[in-house]
Design a protein around this ligand. Structure first.
Ligand SMILES: [Mn+2]
Length: 422
């Protein structure tokens, strides 16, 4: 068993590893991350996860529900640390897994992966408490500076193979037409939506939710014509970022040009990608967070069209149902910290995207390279009058899960009440 495998085993038991080992791990991780572009290319199948926030036992539950790495290809969209009690163990485990299985684990930066924010929201204090000095916090922050800002998922399938778990709710459409499947932690289908149903409900009632989880209110803003189903229509790429879009970034290549290897700035494109939120507004708005911006459906649809995206996946906002699709399914929020802060009562989710049967072959991973054709395309004048026909979205399975049971936390559960009456 290698030292790295030993460290993984120890961290999986929620036991911190020695400071010298953290130092070595962070050094190795930095060497690896430095080679990655600002926007990492990931090939489907992949399981996309949102905020973790130091909820270690819930991260273990996520792996139980989503599959163990490296069997499952994971993409984590940042905010590994702060708020929860085990930021250190959570982040170090993810980092060990990144170093051990670099092509099966993608980590991108959240707004909490920053010196300033971790000093206020818990990670700094946790490191000080667990090691008696700020050294480990410093090593981790140096790694934060090298995390990618986003990821592009290529080769995702339009279709999914519906769960055949015996506990599943019955299908009300052709299995080939299922666009969205929602499963519980046992892999049983709770609900599903066919492509046609979702689009019809949007065009009939633009303000209605797309019906996910009943009252999950992805407020659609009106379908702009039907996208053309799944037949022979390869799905566009999926952009993953922690927060959202920036008024200073109209193409993915603009992200590739940023100098990311620094503390998260207070403003500018890098800050916006980590801080912004979608909202039911037109255009851009000021964010109540004091950093980043709010952006509306029009912004998302133009950005997706221009960059050949079928979907933006992001995290950053607590959603009670674990996920929330907005703007005719052009953007989704994925939230992976159940019962956030051990008191919000929310469920969590991960998003599974599947491999396109076509099999595009293997794509290079560390693509610091700029795609020249795209740069040239981006320089063409943008004609706002052309109709935007949304790309057909990928098949999506949301696995929804609850907080890990109390007895898995290694914390004393509430003392049992004495059975006086027996
Ligand atoms: Mn965040």
């Amino acid at each position: 068993m290698s030292d790295l495998d030993k460290a993984i085993a120890q961290l999986r038991a929620c036991r911190p590893i020695p400071e010298a080992q953290v130092r070595e791990l962070c050094h190795k991780a930095r060497e690896l991350l430095i080679e990655e572009g600002n926007v990492v290319t990931v090939t489907a199948p992949v399981t996309i996860c949102g905020d973790i926030h130091g909820q270690f036992h819930d991260l273990m539950e996520l792996f139980r529900v989503g599959g163990d790495p490296p069997d499952t290809n994971y993409l984590f969209m940042g905010d590994f640390v702060d708020r929860g009690f085990y930021s250190l163990e959570s982040f170090l485990l993810l980092l060990c897994l990144k170093v051990r299985y670099p092509d099966r684990m993608t980590l991108i930066r959240g707004n909490h992966e920053s010196r300033q924010i971790t000093t206020v929201y818990g990670f700094y204090d946790e490191c000080l408490r667990k090691y008696g000095s700020a050294n480990v916090w410093r090593y981790c922050c140096d790694v934060f500076d090298y995390l990618a800002l986003g990821a592009i998922v290529l080769g995702a399938s339009n279709n999914l193979t519906p769960s055949d778990n015996p506990g599943s709710s019955p299908l009300n459409c052709d299995p080939d037409d299922v666009e969205i499947e929602v499963c519980n932690a046992d892999g049983e289908r709770i609900s599903h939506f066919s492509r046609q149903d979702r689009e019809r409900s949007q065009s009939l009632n633009p303000q209605a939710s797309s019906g996910l989880n009943g009252n999950t209110g992805p407020p659609g803003s009106g379908a702009s014509g039907s996208s053309n189903g799944s037949m022979g229509n390869p799905t566009g790429a999926i952009l993953c970022v922690h927060g959202g879009l920036s008024p200073l970034v109209d193409s993915i290549d603009k992200i590739r040009f940023l100098d990311r290897k620094q503390e998260v700035p207070h403003e500018g494109p890098m800050c916006d990608l980590l801080w912004s939120d979608p909202d039911d507004i037109e255009g851009w708005g000021l964010s109540p967070r004091g950093a980043g911006f709010l952006f509306g459906a029009d912004i998302v649809k133009i950005f997706n069209h221009r960059n050949d995206l079928s979907l933006i996946a992001r995290a950053h906002q607590l959603v009670m149902e674990g996920f929330k699709e907005m703007f005719d399914a052009s953007i989704v929020t994925v939230w992976s910290a159940p019962n956030y802060c051990y008191r919000c009562g929310n469920v969590a989710a991960v998003l599974e995207l599947f491999e396109d049967g076509g099999g595009d072959g293997i794509l290079a991973r560390s693509n610091g390279d700029i795609d020249r054709k795209r740069v040239m395309d981006a320089m063409k004048p943008w004609d706002n009058d052309i109709p935007i026909v949304p790309r057909s979205g990928p098949g999506r399975r949301y696995r929804v899960f609850q907080a890990a049971p109390q007895d898995s936390r290694g914390m004393p559960a509430k003392k049992p009440v004495a059975d006086y009456f027996l």
